[in-house]
Each structure stands twice: as C-alpha cells, then as structure tokens.
Design a protein around this ligand. Structure first.
Ligand code: PLP
Length: 638
C-alpha cells in the first residue's frame, strides 16, 4: 500500500485496513477503528442488484462523505480560531463557501448546516448560484455572509438587493467599476441600503497555473485608480457607509505562505487606506487559494502540492492582517476566506471499474516450423535483416539486436504498404520484435486498463488542464501489484486516457485482472478510486460521447451493525436521460424504431418474433445504463 503513498496525500481521512482495502476515517485521525468505513463494502452494498441486499446502482459511483465535509469545515474554522487566539487578533474569522466548487444541493446544504455555529456563509458567482445560495442560507445562521461575486447584470444585482430585503447578510462585491452605477440606481429604486465590497486587483502575482487571475493584468477586479473613483462616487452620494468589504483572490492552489502573506499584506494596506478615506470597512475577504496536497509531497514548486498546513495558512493570514492594521492603528477586520477546494476536495471519492486490460504479451512463442515459414516468406533484404538480428543475438550484442529488429520491422511495414508482404508476415514481425525486446529486458510491460467511465465527464480537469489526482485500487492492497498500467476510458476519443499519475509516473502499479475483469465475467471485479476530486470536477464535466455522470451515494458513519449507512442514493443517468440532454426525444425514437422493426418483420417467418424482440430491446433503452455493464448482467437484461 506504500506504493500509492496513501498516508501522504490521504491523511487523515484515508488509510488501508487489515483486509487490504481503502478505508475512510470519516472524522479524521480521531476515528475509532470500528468506525472506519471500508470503501469496497460500500461498492458491494450499493451495486448489488438483489433488491433485498443492495441498490443495484451502476458504476462509476461518487461516494459522498458528509462526516469528512464536517471535519474539513471544523478543521478550517479551528485553524483560524487558533491563529486568532495565538496572535491576539482583535476580531474573528467568518468563512464562506464558493458554491462553484460543487453546487450539489446536499453539499451546499451540509455546509450551511455544519457551518451554522460559526456563521459560515456562501459565495455565489452567477444568478443561479445566487438563487441557490439565498435559499440555502434562509436555513442558516442569520449573520452568515452571502458574498456576491462575478459579472453582474441588472437582474443579478436586483436579486442581491432582494436578498438584503430578506435579511440575508448580503454583500455585493464590485468586479467591474460599471457595476456601481447599477447598484446605486437599483438600490434607490428598490429602497434598499446595499452593502458594497470591491474586488481589488493586487500587484502580488502567483506564478503557478492557477495564478492567471492575479497580478495587475489579471482578468478580474478593480485597479487602485478605479477603487479611488468608487470611493469618490459613493462619498458624493452619501453612501460611503455602504462600502464595507475588501476582497481579492490571488488564484487557486497558492503554493506557499510567503506568497500568501505578501498578497494579504498588500490587501490589508488597501483596506487601511479605505478606512482612512472614510469607508466603513468591516471585512477583509482573502478569496480562495487554500491549496490541497494532491501528491503528498508538501512542495511549493508544483501546481498539485502545497508546502503548508491549514494551521500555517491561517496563521500567515492572521499575522499579516494584524501586522498591517497595528502599524496603521486600524481596528482589526473580520477575516473572511472563500476556500472551496480545501473544503470539499476530500469529501467525495469517485469509484470506477477496470473492465478489461489489453495484454501486451499475447503472442505465443513461434515453433521452428513457423519460423522457417516466416523466413522463407521474407524478401531478400528483409531476410538479410533477420540474419543480422540472429547473428547479433548469438554474439550476445543486445543493443544491435534491438537495432536490427527495428530495421526489419520498418522494412516489413514499408513492404506491407506496397503490398509485397501479407498481414500474417507483418503480425509475425511484430511478435518477433516484442520477443526480442522482452528477452533483453527492454520490453515495456505497461498494459492498458479499460475503465468504465469517461475522463471528459468525470475527471475533466485531467483532460482540460492536466491536473492530476491520486488514483488507487480500493482493494487488494495486501497483494503486490504485478503489472503497470495506463487507464483508458470507454469514449471513442484518444484523449480519454490517463497516463500521468502523481509522483510524475507515466503508469500506475496495478493488479492482474481476474478473468480479465468483470466485463468478461467470471473473475472478481477490480475497482479503482479517484480521490480528492470533490471540488470542480462534477460541474465541469459534459456529455462527450453521451457518457454522462456517475451514480451518487451519500454515506454517513454509523454505530449500527455496519460502520456506515447509505443515507441517499441517486442512480446514474440512463441512455434515455443522456439522449434528452442533446434534445433527442426517446419516446419518439422508440416509436420510429418500433415501426421499423414491425416493417422488417413482415413477410418472413420469424419476423413477428424478431420484431417483438427488437421492440422489447428498444423499449428497455429508456432505462438502459449508458455505460458498459458486466456481461452476465447485460445478457440477462436482454
Ligand atoms: N473565490 C473566487 C473569487 C474564486 O475565483 C475562486 C476560484 O478560483 C475561489 C474563491 C475558490 O478558490 P479555491 O477553490 O482555490 O479555494
């Protein structure tokens, strides 16, 4: 299990239990051993098709773990509370969750519920996000902040002002200077006193992949000149008391606390200047950026790692704000952060199945008779290449063997293209070259494991920005993997593969499939988990190749006979569901196909019977899982 460094990236939530399976510690390290949840048991329970045993859900499967979410939120709050106490800070921390990281209703509702004792709020960046945040916060702490970011039109601002009328603690954060006129006009029309914030474009720049939002040329926010114009305008209107919050966002995955402290200090200076200019400042909102150590390397030179802990992050922020405010004799503001990735990444695991693997050494050894036949069929030049190859092999010149094998192969490929070599000869040359490579240890034993999902739908950041996530078999970790593999999804797209893994590896240690995986029946199924993907992945994925999202279950720790309880289960979409996404009408399609089946059946004896089979097949496609199911299962369904 050390092979996958689970303790490094998965602690304190993921570990390997005595059965060799990945287990979840829903309350972090404090979880008692009998409360650990075995992921394989969840998969077996929810995928079992027998109604009295399981739920018959198809994979891939997202397992949501609300206990982990609660622990993350409490750990973040605890880290800031500790920093505030130890630096003798004169105000409090009050975070918000940026719903864009995962807008799932139950994730947002859980955060509002778990965060209620801490006045934890929400951040929205679009009209639908604002609507869902408004409705969720109606059940939350009345002091929780509702931060309205993003580009805003008239309707967005009207909604945000309406939220203030509903007594939600709403702040409209200006991302563009022009938004101010809309806010002023509408607030006067609606008779609402707005609370206004400004997003500052800081000079501090984060140089990693996620830093393109930061620096003077960043996409979002107001420059110092624009901020000054906002102050003047509000002053003129007698509305400077409405200006209460300063926001900035350096970018996601801030690599080090040094960079963080630099950005926070710059923003704290702007905050103090705004106080000096008469704004009624109350909150400094440091945006997102609290990073996740996806590979467990604790490195500040990588987009997928960070060199600090939650406590070190909080301490750097509190210290930086305090230092500036003390120097400027400014009252310490409430510190707000918009941590998304750090809050939700751990709470869900994507589980999928390897349905087959392509064997690379399938070719059986050649008999002397076959070899003779092969040599006789070669052209004169190719035969000379072959003789060079065997002479080098006899002399033990391995490098030369590889070179001659390559020359022979190239020549045969050329001759195949010209039509002078047949397909059997070509296959024999391929087998011969593999045999040579294998014999001298240059053979690349990496296999392709076909996994039952779409990379585009379920791990879009891997495809889009090359982001890596820990991927690990969730069982058999007490057995040493005998193979290495890359993962190929089931879409008809060559980009749909995973061939880069954490630790810079181009393949993953994997176990041999038993009976070549579940799809060919017989053997034990082989399940893999993708971890730390709870942020961003679910909303980004599309329906490329009409492969849609996974089934989702919500699993809580339970002290009953099992260590867990499935508190919610949503099956993945059917073929009918995904077709509807692209405007097809499955009911009409069914009628068309049924009609055709009846027409084709007329006149031949078995016609009516085949029409009936076709009809029932087509009828079932409404509910047919859109992904590959195990053969025994799909056959019996037909
Ligand atoms: N706030 C704003 C304005 C953002 O743009 C983002 C994401 O990029 C976040 C918060 C969340 O950032 P993170 O997921 O790094 O915490």
């Amino acid at each position: 299990s050390d092979l996958y460094r689970i303790d490094a990236w998965g602690g304190p939530y993921f570990t390997v239990n005595s059965s060799g399976n990945v287990a979840v510690r829903p309350h972090g390290r404090a979880t008692l051993p009998h409360q650990e949840i075995d992921l394989l048991k969840i998969v077996k329970k929810v995928s079992d098709p027998k109604p009295d045993c399981g739920l018959g859900l198809q994979l891939p499967l997202i397992v949501r773990l609300p206990d982990v979410l609660k622990n993350r939120l409490e750990s973040l709050q605890g880290a800031f509370d500790l920093a505030i106490r130890s630096h003798d800070y004169g105000s409090h921390y009050q975070g918000v969750y940026p719903v864009k990281c995962n807008q799932d209703r139950f994730v947002v509702e859980d955060i509002v519920k778990f965060g209620s004792p801490f006045r934890f709020g929400l951040e929205a960046g679009s009209k639908p996000e604002l609507l869902l945040a408004m409705s969720c916060l109606c059940k939350g702490n009345p002091d929780a902040l509702l931060i309205c970011n993003g580009f805003k039109d008239l309707e967005y601002i009207s909604l945000a002002l309406f939220a203030r009328k509903l007594a939600l603690n709403t702040v409209i954060v200006l991302e563009q200077e022009e938004e101010l006129d809309l806010v002023v006009d509408l607030s006067q029309k609606l008779g609402v006193r707005p609370v206004i914030g400004v997003r500052a474009k800081l000079k501090t720049k984060h140089s990693g992949h996620f830093g393109s939002t930061s620096g003077e040329k960043g996409k979002f926010g107001l420059t110092t000149t624009q901020i000054l114009r906002v102050v003047k305008k509000l002053d003129k209107l007698g509305m400077l008391d409405c200006f209460q919050l300063l926001h900035f966002h350096i970018g996601s995955q801030i690599p080090s606390t040094a960079l963080l402290a630099d950005g926070v200090s710059e923003a704290a200076q702007i905050y103090c200047e705004l106080v000096r200019l008469g704004a009624h400042m109350k909150v400094i909102d440091i945006g997102g950026g609290l990073g996740i150590d996806y590979d467990g390397s604790k490195s500040s030179n990588s987009d997928i790692s960070v060199s600090y802990s939650l406590e070190e992050y909080a301490s750097a922020v509190v210290q930086a704000v305090r230092n500036v405010c003390e120097r400027r004799s400014v009252k310490h503001p409430v510190i707000c952060s918009e941590s998304g990735r750090a809050l939700v990444s751990h709470h869900s695991v994507l589980i999928f199945e390897a349905v087959s693997s392509s064997a690379c050494d399938d070719a059986p050894p050649m008999s002397p008779y076959e070899l003779q036949y092969f040599i006789e069929g070669l052209t004169e030049e190719a035969r000379a290449d072959y003789l060079n190859l065997s002479a080098a092999a006899i002399r033990g010149e391995y490098e030369a063997c590889l070179t001659y094998a390559d020359v022979l192969k190239q020549r045969c490929v050329e001759q195949f293209k010209e039509g002078s070599v047949g397909i059997e000869q070509l296959a024999t040359v391929d087998g011969l070259c593999d045999m040579v490579s294998k014999a001298i240890g240059a053979f690349d034993p990496v296999r392709t494991y076909h996994v039952n999902l779409s990379v585009f739908t379920s791990i879009p950041d891997f495809w889009g920005i090359g982001q890596m996530f820990p991927i690990v078999p969730i069982h058999r970790l007490d057995q040493r993997p005998a193979m290495r593999g890359v993962l190929s999804d089931l879409t008809c797209d060559s980009d749909g593969k995973i061939d880069k893994f954490i630790g810079g590896e181009s393949s993953l240690p994997l176990h041999e499939l038993e009976g070549n995986g579940g799809n060919n029946g017989g053997g034990q199924k082989y399940y893999l988990g993708m971890f730390l993907g709870g942020a961003y992945q679910e909303a980004l994925g599309g329906v490329h190749n009409l492969f849609a999202g996974p089934s989702i279950v919500r699993v809580s720790q339970s002290d009953g006979p099992h260590s867990f309880a499935v508190t919610r289960a949503v099956p993945g979409p059917s073929c009918g569901d995904v077709l509807r996404v692209m405007q097809h009408e499955p009911e009409l399609m069914f009628e068309t196909l049924k009609h055709r089946a009846e027409e084709c059946g007329q006149g031949d004896d078995g016609g009516m019977a085949s029409a009936a089979v076709a009809t029932s097949l087509v009828q079932s496609f409404h509910n047919m899982p859109y992904l590959v199911t195990g053969s025994s299962c799909s056959m019996s369904a037909m």
